[in-house]
Design a protein around this ligand. Structure first.
Ligand code: UD1
Length: 423
């Protein structure tokens, strides 16, 4: 098992290319099941999670070609060979559950294992299943599997989500595009990845309006055709490197990052004393000297502060000149990075869904353990700014969501390398 060794203290200077968004790519991959013609995704990230999804799609009969040089994934689901997504595949990556809706919409039935995924809370899928039931699907859960059937096809429905769910919004869209009649999604999530999915589905001939707002209207069509679609830039990857540059200091251009998708983070960064400028090629982050200022924030559905950047922002605020309060409102168990950051000397008091971070002038490197995807990268950020050596163990979590992380940081002057973990 690999680990990452960082010698902290080097500022980051240079350009970091931002790749396509993991969280968008995974749903766009599921969309490949909806058409008998090829769906081509450009600007694809090459991650453990997207590879899991590729394997799952292949097992369902999708012909897949990955062209590394151009970051292009071609999916051709001429025929669906299987409608079963087994436990072993879904447990590794929660987003695999998203094949259920497309299979149900295209073939009329599917058997998909209940998901596993990051250890950041219960993360049920009840909203997904209620939406499919509202569209006329019969659903039973047996031995850890969801068995769904809509043998005469799904019917459009009006669905009001009781709270905002990214996954349920996307998954319902993935099914409703092929349902009979109109579907209205109320209290829908508004993440840029949802607008990205709608753009791809519309390029395939779907009729989706309002994605990116809290009401999405979908008029079902009988079939979808092939399309070519570029994956939207990863705002979480961009935000992570922005926070890394803020913590380590320096001057970094995040090439391809979208200013308009990162407003909540930019507000926090600026309040912390970090300079953020939108440029034609992306986002420039600068911090030279002086301590960062403390900032209070809470995570919220988009356009609020993303839960997927909470751990990374906490790492930055460990160095702040004062006390910051962070409230996590999306997932109930998402402060697992706090005790690991404390191993570096951070002062963090967690009570329920609130963390109080009392900034310290410096952290000292130490061996730490990655616990989930975003938590592990927060440890990398802390390590970049800490004094001495930090070893981040169990980095397979990182590989799920960050492509070439060490290479991108090293190219900006970070002293970081991947090592084989001792057995
Ligand atoms: C997606 C992202 C994840 C991000 C999260 C919130 C992907 C692959 N993952 O996850 O990185 O942190 O959005 O921005 O895109 N919930 C239920 N029942 C449901 C569905 C959700 O109770 O049926 C709860 C969840 O447990 C959580 C909250 O709703 O507390 C929000 O979850 P949701 O927005 O659905 O997150 P995901 O789609 O799983």
């Amino acid at each position: 098992m690999d680990r990452i060794a960082i010698t902290g203290g080097a500022p980051l200077n240079g350009t970091i290319p931002i790749y396509g968004a993991k969280n968008s790519a995974l749903k766009l991959q599921a969309a490949g099941l909806l058409s008998a013609e090829p769906v081509i995704l450009e600007n694809m990230p090459d991650l453990a999670d997207t590879r899991f999804m590729t394997q799952l799609l292949a097992s369902l009969g999708v012909e897949i070609t990955w062209i590394k040089e151009t970051r292009t994934l071609r999916m051709h689901a001429a025929e669906i060979a299987s409608t079963i997504a087994p436990y072993d595949q879904v447990r590794k990556m929660r987003a695999s559950f998203n094949v259920l809706g497309p299979l149900l919409a295209r073939v009329g039935h599917a058997t998909v294992s209940l998901p596993g995924g990051c250890a950041i809370g219960a993360r049920p899928v009840d909203l997904h299943l209620k939406a499919f039931e509202a569209m006329g699907a019969d659903i039973v859960i047996e031995q850890g599997y969801v068995k769904a059937a809509a043998l005469r096809g799904l019917k459009g429905a009006e669905i009001e989500f009781p709270f905002v769910s990214v996954g349920a919004t996307e998954h319902t869209m993935l099914a409703a595009v092929l349902a009979k009649g109109d579907t209205v999604l109320k209290n829908a999530a508004r993440e840029p990845e949802i607008a990205d999915l709608a753009d791809c589905l519309n390029a395939m001939g779907a009729k989706v309006e309002g994605a990116g707002t809290s009401e999405i209207n979908i008029t079902g069509v009988t079939s979808l055709h092939g399309a070519k679609h570029p994956v939207v830039a990863d705002r979480i990857e961009a935000g992570t490197y922005a926070l890394a540059a803020a913590a380590a200091g320096g001057n970094v251009l995040l090439q391809g990052a979208r200013f308009e998708h990162l407003q909540a983070l930019i507000k926090v960064l600026r309040a912390a004393g970090v300079q953020v400028d939108a440029e034609a090629r992306g986002l420039r982050i600068q911090r030279n000297g002086g301590r960062v200022q403390p900032v209070d924030f809470e995570t919220e559905p988009y356009p609020g502060f993303p839960t997927d950047l909470q751990a990374q922002a906490m790492a930055l605020l460990c160095f702040a000149d004062g006390q910051s309060r962070i409230r996590e409102t999306i997932f109930e168990n998402r402060f697992m990075h706090a005790p690991e950051l404390a191993r570096l000397g951070a002062q963090i008091a967690v009570q329920g869904n609130e963390a109080v971070v009392t900034g310290v002038p410096k952290l000292l490197g130490a061996p730490v353990m990655a616990t989930d995807l975003r938590a592990s990268v927060s440890l990398v950020i802390a390590g970049l700014a800490a004094e001495g050596e930090t070893i981040v163990n169990r980095v397979y979590h990182l590989d799920r969501g960050f492509e070439r992380l060490e290479a991108k940081l090293a190219a900006c002057g970070a002293q970081i390398e991947r090592q084989k973990e001792e057995q």
